[in-house]
Design a protein around this ligand. Structure first.
Ligand SMILES: N[C@@H](CCC(=O)N[C@@H](CS)C(=O)NCC(=O)O)C(=O)O
Length: 192
């Protein structure tokens, strides 16, 4: 395969998700920092976000599109399920991650050690929903790791760092068990 470059900053949760997908798929990649806000950055991502991925001469932006491309470029493991129902479920989780989780979960403001109550309530709504799902299977979308886990794990790790592990996990044993499992994966460790 041509050289795969993921353009972004290591602490960016979306960049980390894309890199984890590459590692889980066994696809070697190089992380190259973006020239944030400069024309070179907008040439990779017209909206000035990260990550973007180049494979040879082609560029893909948006984490979901990057993950989907990585998934199609190598056969195993499949990140988007094997049945129409599974795929719909995984994409529902990804939409929730992008549209309802990212802002309150990752960008929560913490002042004098106190998280913003409105953002915390919005974050809790998503995280409690995840906890309920994890009560019945090991991964967010069932028995296997999928794109949903790769979107959420970096976001929740960031959140726990912001609000404290106790606040994030104490009343959520299933989430803690899942996060411990995600934390033990090579893709998580290598992108930390
Ligand atoms: N919809 C984009 C969102 C990407 C995104 O928001 N990335 C953050 C970093 S985690 C970013 O680029 N932040 C810089 C900024 O908003 O200026 C995707 O799924 O890739």
């Amino acid at each position: 395969m041509e050289n795969v470059i993921i353009h972004g900053f290591a602490p960016s949760t979306y960049t980390r998700s894309a890199r984890m997908a590459a590692i889980e798929k066994g696809i070697e990649h190089e992380l190259v920092p973006v020239a944030y806000g400069k024309p070179e950055h907008f040439a990779l991502h017209p909206f000035g976000k990260m990550p973007a991925m180049t494979v040879g001469e082609t560029t893909t932006f948006e984490t979901l599109a990057i993950m989907s491309e990585l998934d199609d470029r190598s056969e195993y493991p499949t990140l988007f399920g094997t049945t129409p129902r599974q795929k719909a479920d995984i994409l529902t989780l990804v939409s929730v991650a992008v549209d309802y989780a990212y802002q309150p979960v990752v960008h929560i403001e913490v002042k004098d050690g106190k998280p913003d109550p409105n953002q915390l309530a919005a974050a809790d709504r998503v995280i409690d929903w995840l906890e309920a799902r994890l009560g019945s299977h090991p991964f967010l979308a069932g028995d296997e790791l999928t794109a949903a886990d790769l979107f959420f794990a970096p976001m929740l790790a960031y959140h726990a760092n912001q609000v404290g592990e106790d606040r994030a996990y104490k009343k959520r044993p299933c989430l803690r068990r899942w996060m411990d499992g995600m934390g033990g994966r090579a893709s998580f460790k290598e992108t930390a």
